[in-house]
Ligand binder design. Structure first.
Ligand code: FPP
Length: 252
């Protein structure tokens, strides 16, 4: 069972712990290569790191944890590796869903469902349905996800409403478009972490990242643990978030 986390502060208040942490779990392949192991072993150890981090995020008072599990661009990898990643998702849901549920974790999935194998869609739907009422931690799984695709989908839905005469184009502003993204009720990430030392967003939450703090850590994802999460959160707490305004000491 997960221990109770400190009560989260009201959304939008000054929190030293981010309400929403999003993670690009990078470096599984390099972790494996450095040890002479197959890439699949890196991904398998990546799932173990994921389990540790879900638990740690809750213990530290994070309310939303978004993980980049499979990107729209990952289809360009060899079929065997794609098969490994899908196999891990299947096993993760089958083996861990009951524990996540009893720990009060709500699972959400963002990304394109079309084109996924039917059994994967069924598992994702089951995970969302079973955990719908849970409130301790929201685990948002970005699967077959790409930010440009998500924004294009939102634009397409809005354009359809305009074409059907249901919407005036002049009514579309940034807030409107934001409401047509995959999970509009989830607050934007306060902190985005990328492991493995790469300094890119790679088509991850680009709309939602407008004012996120970015922390890049040099360790590969399979080595990521609670201490690494705490240290990324400490870095976040040292940042001054201005959201386009002035620094607290200069503004009045
Ligand atoms: C990046 O490492 C990681 C991924 C492409 C997938 C992340 C997946 C997991 C952590 C396991 C699966 C989890 C679920 C819930 C399905 P990389 O392969 O790009 O590493 P490299 O850049 O070192 O090659």
């Amino acid at each position: 069972m997960m221990p109770n986390a400190a009560a989260p502060a009201t959304e939008g208040s000054d929190r030293s712990v981010p309400l929403h942490v999003a993670i690009i779990m990078d470096g599984n392949g390099r972790w494996a290569a450095a040890r002479g192991l197959p890439r699949a072993e890196g991904h398998r150890r990546g799932v173990e790191a994921l389990r540790r981090v879900v638990r740690a995020a809750h213990e530290l008072g994070v309310l939303y944890l978004t993980i980049f599990s499979f990107s729209s661009e990952n289809w360009s990898r060899p079929a065997t590796e794609i098969g490994d990643l899908f196999g891990l998702l299947r096993r993760f849901i089958r083996n861990d869903l009951a524990t996540l549920h009893s720990d009060g974790v709500r699972v959400r999935v963002i990304g394109e469902r079309e084109g996924l194998e039917p059994d994967i869609c069924t598992l994702l739907n089951e995970a969302e349905e079973l955990t719908r009422a849970n409130t301790k931690l929201n685990l948002v799984v970005a699967f077959n996800y790409g930010s440009r695709q998500e924004i294009a989908g939102a634009a397409q839905r809005l354009a359809r409403e305009v074409a059907e005469g249901k919407r005036d184009p002049a009514s579309i502003d940034a807030d409107t478009l934001g409401r047509y993204l995959d999970a509009p009720d989830i607050p934007d990430p306060d902190l985005i972490i990328r492991t493995s030392g790469e300094l890119r967003l790679s088509n991850f939450l680009m709309w939602q990242a407008a004012y996120s703090e970015l922390v890049f850590v040099p360790i590969h994802w399979p080595d990521f643990d609670k201490a690494a999460l705490e240290s990324a959160i400490a870095e976040y707490a040292r940042r001054e978030r201005r959201f386009g305004g002035l620094a607290a000491k200069t503004g009045s």
